[in-house]
Design a binder for this molecule. Structure first.
Ligand code: NAD
Length: 439
């Protein structure tokens, strides 16, 4: 069992302290507010949270949980510190780091007095890059030690929801952490062992980003549900029932599908149906700022790809994929077709490898909108072999992922510009001749 100090007896700190003590760890909670310290030592909860008081009472009585205003003694008695202080908005909306910076200084000064290895893990919500750019330099300067060697460092975001925080602790939907040293990483594994959720170990800045992504996503979900509810109401439909039924589909609608950063959405349904819903909402005088912005954002993604191609040297483009997704010949509202036609109108010489569309043309199949004329002379632009496409191009533009094209494209990326909208190889990152739309 670990010996853990927790800075900040707020919503996050006190719940963590209570649950970790309940799990058998020895926990010393620290706060600058003596009233909170006194309350905790009396086994009383400083916040209202279901199920918290019995955990505090039991573990204070057992001697596993105590509180102090003295950081040095807490650090001296423990091997691992969680920083759970607040990060309120600054006046311009930026993350406020004053409490985190002070906590890092306090912890580092105490580590300086220790002869044994100590790990410092931040749980406060901080924007990507804060650990590397702010916390670690402060910790190193104030301790006189090197991070990762003289002391351990990690970032371990908290995803609890107030009101169900204890249950969220024991039944988490997501566990994420990053550490710069193996000791800290192992401690975080040990603490989470036994929970019914896998640990996602990621780089520290990625963990910082995941926390913001999680909260932004939650915000989008709420806004989306509200907008649907507003339209449903205007139509006399129970919006809560609509979403309840939708969310009963945990196979597709609530799954990771559609949750992969990349190129714009398209096809014959999504853009059309979003437009229709907005139109309906307009008729009922319901405003839909979120749905409006979804389409604006989608159009922006096409422009982004266009700029990427324009920034690459050369005038001849070899495009992989033209239909709205791999494996279909459907060109209706394909954002790739839109992109191709824009590039052609700007004077680029563009050829296309898309086996699905080639097959459709070869078999003279109809009904999928292939003849809609968005891409001028598409039939003449199609090439049957990926090698032929690569050979004749200055710029390779990858819109859809076809397995047989992956190896030739990754090889070609050492000599030709590759603009990748689908991430053909998860290892590739922008730099040199390679440009990915989101990575
Ligand atoms: P809070 O304001 O309730 O608690 C912070 C505590 O830290 C306060 O008691 C304060 O006195 C104390 N503190 C400040 N400086 C200190 C220092 N130098 N040493 C010791 N104690 C100090 O904050 P919270 O709601 O628990 O949130 C903490 C962090 O966790 C924030 O970054 C927040 O964004 C994040 N978070 C919050 C929740 C939530 O639901 N509240 C969930 C996940 C993450």
């Amino acid at each position: 069992m670990a010996r853990i100090s927790i800075l900040g007896i707020g919503y996050v700190g006190v719940v963590s302290a209570a649950c970790l003590a309940e799990d058998g760890h020895t926990v010393v909670a620290v706060d600058v507010d003596p009233a909170k310290v006194a309350k905790l030592n009396a086994g009383e909860a400083p916040i209202v949270e279901t199920g918290l008081t019995p955990l505090l009472q039991r573990n204070v009585a057992r001697g596993r949980l105590s509180a102090t205003t003295d950081v040095s003694s807490a650090i001296a008695e423990t091997d691992l510190t969680f920083i759970c202080v607040g990060t309120p908005s600054a006046s311009d909306g930026a993350v406020g780091l004053n409490y985190v910076k002070q906590a890092c200084k306090d912890v580092a000064a105490a580590i300086r007095q220790k002869s044994t290895f100590h790990s410092v893990v931040v749980r406060s919500t901080i924007v990507p890059g804060t650990m590397e750019g702010e916390c670690i330099p402060i910790l190193e300067q104030a301790s006189g030690l090197t991070a990762g060697d003289g002391f351990g460092v990690g970032y371990y975001p908290e995803f609890l929801r107030e009101g169900t925080a204890i249950d969220d602790n024991y039944n988490p939907g997501l566990i994420v952490f990053g550490a710069i040293d193996p000791v800290t990483e192992q401690l975080l594994h040990d603490i989470n062992a036994g929970l019914p959720c896998a640990c996602n170990v990621v780089p520290v800045a990625t963990a910082e980003m995941i926390k913001y992504t999680s909260n932004s996503w939650r915000a989008v979900k709420v806004t989306f549900a509200n907008e649907i509810g507003n339209i449903a109401k205007a139509c006399g439909i129970d919006g809560q029932l609509v979403l309840k039924v939708l969310c009963s589909d945990d196979k597709v609608n609530m799954s990771p599908y559609f949750m992969r950063p990349g190129f714009a959405f398209g096809g014959s349904c999504l853009p059309k149906d979003v437009r229709a819903l907005r139109h309906l909402a307009g008729e009922r005088e319901v405003s839909t700022p979120l749905l409006d912005s979804v389409l604006t954002a989608n159009a922006g993604q096409i422009e982004r790809a266009e700029t990427m191609v324009e920034n690459a040297p050369g005038k001849s483009i070899g495009m992989v994929g033209i239909s709205f997704k791999a494996g279909t010949d459907d060109l209706r509202e394909s954002p790739l077709a839109e992109l191709a036609s824009r590039l052609i109108s700007k004077g680029f010489d563009l050829r296309v490898y898309d086996p699905s569309v080639s097959v459709a043309y070869a078999h003279n199949m109809g009904g999928s909108g292939r003849g809609n004329g968005i891409v001028p002379d598409l039939k003449e632009r199609l090439v049957d072999e990926i090698d032929e496409l690569i050979e004749g191009a200055d710029i390779l533009l990858v819109g859809n992922r076809y397995e047989e094209a992956v190896e030739p494209l990754t090889e070609a990326a050492s000599t030709k510009s590759l603009v990748d909208l689908t991430r053909i190889d998860p290892k590739m990152r922008s730099g040199g001749l390679y440009a990915g739309i989101c990575w």
